[in-house]
Design a protein around this ligand. Structure first.
Ligand code: SF4
Ligand code: SF4
Length: 92
């Protein structure tokens, strides 16, 4: 697995996910599955089970009614300024 895929390309906010399954159904690559999780409100949440198959089409992000999914771009660099005005570049 490449460095970029050591972290899943899709991030799920488990606090916001209500387990509606829409993202699992829309994913063309079967990257996502529902799992039982008794600690969440509805008892099931989505999990990124095959991150290496993700093609970053963003269909899951677009369909999620609760803004729980974020698809991360490879190699995107963000530049910030610290409190002294110095620029800091971070890769996702
Ligand atoms: S970005 Fe596309 S391929 Fe990746 S998990 Fe979402 S729907 Fe599936
Ligand atoms: S579409 Fe959103 S709320 Fe529904 S299961 Fe997927 S992440 Fe959770």
């Amino acid at each position: 697995m490449s460095e970029a895929l050591k972290k899943p390309p899709v991030r799920v906010d488990l606090y916001l996910c209500k387990g509606c399954v829409l993202c699992v159904e829309v994913c063309p690559k079967n990257v996502l599955e529902m799992i039982n999780n008794p600690s969440v409100w509805f008892g099931t949440v989505v999990k990124v089970v095959r991150p290496e198959d993700c093609i970053r089409c963003r269909k899951c992000e677009d369909i999620c009614p609760d803004f729980s999914m974020r698809v991360v771009d490879i190699g995107v660099e963000l530049t910030f300024k610290d409190s002294t005005g110095k620029e800091i570049t971070k890769s996702k």
